[in-house]
Write a protein of this length. Structure first.
Lengths: 180, 544
């Protein structure tokens, strides 16, 4: 509990360092832009990242369950999943960096075994967050493949089928379902 | 098994940090799947007598270029510098102030600095300096010059096809440099070596041979429209059969073929049919469709000036053959840039046509006095303004709308108020997106200028992020559930974009909204909208 309060107290500093790490994964010109423009409509990557990271840190402190963490992390991973300059591990590694940031900021304040236990618990939550990111990333990639696979059918083929210009009836098509 | 990497090899390659920055000239090109479109089908290239038609793969080292490709590029650039004064000026006057650098949706979304408009232009400008300026010839790299190499050529191809020619960057340039023009000419140079993409080359070839992008023959085009007529009759009880190729009609109507052949544009097309039927019944206006000029879009615009001119010529030719007074154009994007900024000087003046005057309201369409072609949103707005349409906006009550300004109608011809005016009169719930994402500042759908393919989905989704992000905001703040637009590419591209970014909004053409609200003479009580879904307030009755 003591550690959680300490993190809350240093939240701003921790978030700034975490955001810095995230922007550091981009080329320097891009990183400069992501940090400098505070408008979330003309800088949706920077804006989404700041929002996601802040809410995630708060959720981690209060040990929120995965179903609460997922919607907070989703918008940021959704962006990184289509930024093809990143491999999957590069897209998600910033989550692990939160561990070292917490250490750097809190090392000299962790004194007794209870603190260390608390730190271990928080690190475990960060590991779990990485697994959630893995799920989201794969889901986003599946969504992209689904869009690629159904692109023509869902637009042109459907219009032709409705008009009876193709032999198969669209109603006879197997239900493919859609992933979010 | 022998192909599998050893453990230590695997670990030595594990690096969670992407390679860092450095000077852009030293950053090697990294062509990645998902960011480019498949290359042009040689058959389509041959139809157009385009040079160097062959199968080639951008992921392979050898792009099968002619031996003298450097000479072809040099001569091609020289020729265009002489012919297009704008190009010469755009090459010389940029001071690299950076005002445009963060305005491109592809830069914002992909995070790749070479998608900054200034850097994308610099790809071409560096070669221009090397080949055509004294400073560049003497000082080389110090003066921002570099010789044309295969690496540079590959960079051109990769990044000129990561620009949708939307021109958002151009409105921020203090010198008025239009970076889209640089992309246009860059692509034109690439075409000299046969370096086109198939999503452009094949529609152009189809359009050249059969009149529309999909290569649909006239009888099938007519079949589709007749099918819509049947659907409309089921919904309204009214037969709205249009004229086809009617000589002596008042007006020729031309729309992008996407409205005829691809959902959800097809519902917009039904809206056009209903509007023209209404005008014929009430005011005797005689509009005809053409099964030959069956494409408003012009992918020649994304290939070369000459190709654009060739495809555009059919509009005036068909108007002349049919002897109409003037032309109405449907909801389309780049079609309007071609019409508004090129057609008149390319294939005009169309002296065989009359300066457009709405015979129902008497309004003179001054801005179309020369091109003789009026945007349907402007035409409909004029009718509504004069109280000439019978409308029941409550039929769109289930829709909470926002409007996406398509790049070309907004920045290319200033069509900003008319679509909004129409929407506000045919639906009750309309909310504009944040000011820095609409009107002249609008963000591209991410799929314009021939990039609306399936294989470059990552590029499209990343590029469309700023647009989708604003729509999502509207969904969260105002429960917006429908994104209206006046462009066929938008109607094809935005549903995927809305779906990936989970915005909670679907996509609709403005004239689908008009079709829903329009009260046709003699119609029965409608139970569904044009998509066959229960009208608002009708759901419970349908359940009973």
């Amino acid at each position: 509990m003591r550690l959680e309060k300490l993190i809350a107290k240093h939240k701003k500093q921790i978030l700034n360092q975490w955001f810095e790490v995230l922007t550091g994964t981009y080329p320097s010109d891009t990183a400069r832009f992501l940090k400098a423009n505070p408008d979330s409509f003309t800088n949706p990557v920077g804006g989404t990242a700041r929002r996601s990271m802040e809410t995630l840190l708060e959720a981690l402190i209060k040990n929120a369950p995965p179903e609460e963490l997922t919607p907070l992390l989703d918008p940021l991973i959704r962006i990184r999943a289509v930024q093809t300059m990143f491999t999957p591990s590069q897209a998600t590694a910033f989550i692990l960096d939160l561990k070292s940031i917490l250490h750097t900021n809190l090392a000299n304040k962790i004194n007794d075994p209870q603190d260390r236990l608390e730190m271990q618990a928080i690190e475990k939550r960060i590991d779990r967050l990485l697994l959630i990111a893995f799920d989201i990333f794969v889901r986003c990639r599946e969504k992209i493949y689904h869009l690629k696979a159904t692109e023509e059918q869902s637009k042109i083929y459907r219009a032709f089928a409705r008009a009876g210009l193709v032999r198969e009836n669209i109603d006879d098509q197997p239900e493919t379902g859609t992933s979010k | 098994m022998s192909d599998l990497p050893k453990n230590d090899e695997l670990f030595s390659k594990l690096d969670h940090r992407p390679s860092g920055g450095g000077d852009w000239m030293d950053t090697p090109i990294d062509i990645r799947p998902g960011m480019y479109c498949y290359t042009a089908n040689p058959k389509s290239m041959e139809t157009l007598s385009a040079p160097n038609a062959r199968k080639w793969n951008p992921m392979e080292e050898d792009w099968l270029l002619p031996d003298n490709w450097q000479e072809i590029i040099h001569e091609g650039l020289k020729d265009r510098l002489e012919r297009f004064r704008s190009l010469k000026i755009f090459m010389d006057i940029c001071v690299r102030c950076g005002a445009c650098s963060d305005k491109c949706h592809y830069f914002i979304g992909t995070g790749d600095p070479k998608n900054m408009p200034v850097l994308r232009a610099e790809l071409l400008r560096s070669v221009y300096r090397n080949d055509f300026t004294t400073a560049g010839k003497i000082f080389g790299r110090v003066a921002g010059a570099r010789p044309m190499t295969l690496e540079v050529l590959k960079e051109w191809w990769y990044y000129f096809f990561q620009c949708s020619e939307c021109r958002r960057c151009s409105i921020f340039c203090p010198y008025g440099i239009d970076t889209a023009e640089i992309t246009i000419l860059g692509r034109e140079l690439l075409n000299l070596l046969g370096l086109n993409i198939d999503w452009i080359a094949t529609p152009v070839s189809n359009c050249y041979q059969t009149g529309n992008h999909l290569g649909i023959q006239p009888h099938a085009f007519k079949d589709m429209l007749e099918f819509f007529v049947e659907d409309i009759e089921d919904i309204t009880g009214v037969n709205v059969m249009p004229n086809f190729n009617k000589k002596g009609a008042d007006i020729l109507f031309i729309t992008p073929s996407g409205d005829v052949f691809a959902d959800p544009g097809t519902y917009t097309c039904m809206g056009y049919l209903m509007l023209f039927h209404f005008l014929k019944e009430k005011y005797g206006l005689d509009v005809t469709w053409s099964t030959y000029a069956s494409e408003g879009g012009n992918f020649g615009f994304f290939t070369s000036h000459e190709t654009m001119k060739r495809l555009n010529a059919k509009m005036y030719a068909e108007a002349k053959r049919l002897g109409v007074k003037w032309i109405i154009g449907g909801e389309c994007g780049h079609m309007w840039r071609v019409i508004h900024q090129y057609m008149d000087t390319m294939n005009g003046p169309a002296d065989h046509l009359e300066a457009p005057v709405n015979p129902i309201t008497g309004t003179k369409f001054e801005n179309a006095a020369s091109t003789k072609m009026v945007h349907i949103a402007e035409f409909t707005a004029d009718l509504i303004k004069h109280g000439k349409l019978d409308l029941d906006p409550s039929r769109n009550d289930n829709l909470r709308l926002t409007f996406h300004d398509s790049c070309n109608p907004s920045r290319g011809m200033g069509l900003l108020e008319e679509p909004r005016y129409v929407i506000r009169n045919v639906a009750k719930h309309f909310y504009d997106m944040p000011a820095n994402t609409i009107r002249e500042n609008t963000f591209c759908c991410g799929s314009g200028s021939g990039l609306n393919a399936g294989e470059d989905m990552e590029l499209r989704m990343a590029g469309g992020l700023p647009r989708a992000n604003a729509v999502k905001h509207m969904n969260q703040k105002y429960d917006v559930n429908m994104l209206a637009c006046v462009c066929a590419i938008d109607r094809a591209a935005l549903p995927d974009l809305m779906s990936y970014w989970d915005t909670g909004a679907d996509v609709i053409g403005v004239h689908e909204l008009v079709g829903n609200a329009l009260i046709l003479p003699g119609e029965k009580e409608r139970e569904t909208d044009l998509r066959g879904e229960d009208l608002p307030g009708r759901e419970e009755e349908a359940d009973e």
